[in-house]
Write a protein that binds this ligand. Sequence first.
Ligand SMILES: Nc1ncnc2c1ncn2[C@@H]1O[C@H](COP(=O)(O)OP(=O)(O)OP(=O)(O)O)[C@@H](O)[C@H]1O
Ligand SMILES: [Mg+2]
Length: 284
Amino acid sequence: MKTEEAAQRARTPAHIRAVGLSKSYVQRAPFSHKKFAIDALLDVQLEVSPATLTALVGESGSGKSTLARCLAMLEKPDCGEIWFEGKEISRSGSWELAWLRPKIQMIHQDSAGALNPRFTAAQVIAEPLEIQRRESGPKLRSRVCELMEEVGLPANWADRRPLELSGGQRQRLAIARAIALKPAFLILDESLSGLDLSTQAQILNLLLDLQKAHSLTYLLISHDLSLVEQVADFVAVMHQGRMVEHGAGQDIFGSPRHAHTRELLGSVRLVESAFRAAQAGGQQ
Ligand SMILES: Nc1ncnc2c1ncn2[C@@H]1O[C@H](COP(=O)(O)OP(=O)(O)OP(=O)(O)O)[C@@H](O)[C@H]1O
Ligand SMILES: [Mg+2]
């Protein structure tokens, strides 16, 4: 997305907005009973515009997954606000959560761990529809087939269990389950990591097609900055629990302002050039 187009999108009301989010955890020191607090999020601000892809990057332990869990209402922040579709949701009660849960979905890296291994593919996809009482009987079966087709899984695999699928196929299954309730906002927490490059590209294309077809808003957490550079409309950079930089992808990659962003990009360029040099050496 071009910088002006990104600026235009940024002016539209945010789909989801975090204001001053903080969250700390108590951890135990190794080999001791002493406890100490870790600030996983410190006064984090983030705005994600509708139907855009924002990439959330930062070194390991910088707070990306904690922020994702807070936005998905899987954890409560200690303080701050989360606005979704114009409503403040961080202190939602069970009624509001029932309205919210289907709209915000999260897909993890390890779909094998996230999907019930005893369920068949059809049961995995049908479960949220049954819980929310959206469909039943033949309508439910045909919706499950429709979803399998949409993510590129053959309908005759409906009886396979998650562990009988490859990593890429399992990720397709996790995506079918996540979109079953027609969410508006999808959080992809390293959903492409651990897949080989060609499977990664296929799953990424599937996600981009789904985004276009359903006007989805994405928050993509990734350590792969080359991939982020290709697909992100906006990039948000975290460092030690703080949001240190947030802007259009072109601007962040073209002229990073924060020293930590420059450091992150520098290390990627270094790996890329070392890889190219190693490839050139191998070809001689
Ligand atoms: N449930 C928890 N209990 C205690 N500490 C936690 C918990 N979850 C996260 N933390 C701590 O909070 C900090 C941020 O963790 P988080 O998982 O959000 O980082 P991350 O940026 O997602 O890292 P990675 O890229 O490795 O996934 C880390 O120091 C982590 O140890
Ligand atoms: Mg994480």
